[in-house]
Write a protein of this length. Structure first.
Length: 324
């Protein structure tokens, strides 16, 4: 990422603050919090928050930066809480290379630990400048996340596959949180509405590209690259963008059968993957990822030129270049 060396991204200070916020008198909650910090992950969402704040003129050496760090921690807490709940819903085996929390500690501990993260998030927001507006923004994003997850199950249960439903699902699951991560600093720093709108658009389009890329990887990557068995979406009855492309073509009946039986037969996932490549469905999906990345990058042109804006732009372009 160009210019990152001169920018502040999630590092030791962020991790220390995250660990501090997750302290609890209850050992199991502490352990799950420690796992979150130790597992790390890419920290994409808090990175977007820190970069957006710097693009708006915030500087790490100023007193306001402590508020920016807390805002980035809030973004990570919302994301992590949703993952704890998602893993339970999806009956996941692992998360970030470790056994999923609910498998180690049980359903109740996992769900309540996610709720604990949400309560810590609310406490932090209450102490930040622009607290009411930020709380409203986080609440709206949390609602969108929940709606996206439930709609995903509704679509799979009734076979209501459509591009509109797919975009609403990934908008809720992924784009809403990245739009929040990018635009929340504008509320914190009282930036002009045009800058907030530009950052929200960036986060939304980047989030769509990000999720489309992950969905394509689930179908077309090899297991070693993906880190888990491919075809997971098919086994859950989810029609992602390349599959929707197939459902609109001559192989629709065959692909719908695979979805309805949750890819339960040997070779089901491999057959859909082959069809996606042979018919151009995968390549058309790659083109759409590139289009969304261009929209994300274009939105940032409303901001003053800076190394932070360039780094955000680079994030968007990375999705269009990342091969799947």
């Amino acid at each position: 990422m160009t210019g990152v060396a001169a920018l502040t991204l999630p590092g030791a200070a962020f991790e220390a603050r995250l660990r501090e916020v997750l302290r609890s008198r209850v050992a199991f909650i502490e352990l799950i919090g420690d796992d979150l910090v130790a597992a790390g992950g890419k920290r994409t969402r808090p990175a977007v928050t820190l970069l957006a704040a710097q693009a708006l003129g915030a500087l790490p050496e100023r007193a306001e930066w402590a508020h920016v760090t807390d805002l980035a921690v809030c973004v990570e807490l919302l994301h992590s809480a949703s993952l704890l709940h998602d893993d339970l819903i999806d009956d996941a085996e692992t998360r970030r290379g470790q056994t999923a929390a609910f498998r180690r500690f049980g359903n109740v501990v996992s769900v309540m630990s996610g709720d604990f993260m949400l309560s810590r998030l609310l406490t932090l927001l209450a102490g930040l400048p622009g607290g009411p507006d930020l709380t409203r923004a986080f609440g709206e994003a949390a609602s969108r996340i929940c709606e996206g997850e439930v709609l995903q199950f509704q679509v799979a249960a009734y076979g209501e596959y459509s591009l509109e439903a797919y975009l609403e699902v990934i908008g809720g699951k992924t784009a809403a949180l990245l739009a929040l991560a990018a635009s929340a600093p504008a509320l914190l720093l009282d930036a002009p509405p045009a800058h907030r709108e530009a950052l929200a658009t960036f986060g939304w389009e980047y989030g769509l590209a990000f999720q489309m890329r992950d969905d394509l990887l689930d179908l077309t990557a090899d297991e070693a690259t993906l880190g888990k068995p491919v075809g997971g979406d098919l086994r859950e009855g989810k029609a992602t963008l390349p599959v929707l492309e197939l459902l609109a073509g001559p192989h629709a009946a065959e692909v719908r059968d695979v979805l309805e039986r949750r890819a339960s037969r040997p070779g089901d996932a491999a057959r859909v993957r082959a069809l996606a490549e042979q018919t151009g469905a995968a390549e058309r999906t790659r083109a759409e990822i590139g289009r969304r990345a261009r929209l994300a990058a274009a939105a940032l042109e409303a901001l003053p030129p800076s190394a932070a804006r360039e780094a955000l732009t680079d994030l968007a372009w990375r999705e269009s270049r990342r091969r799947a």
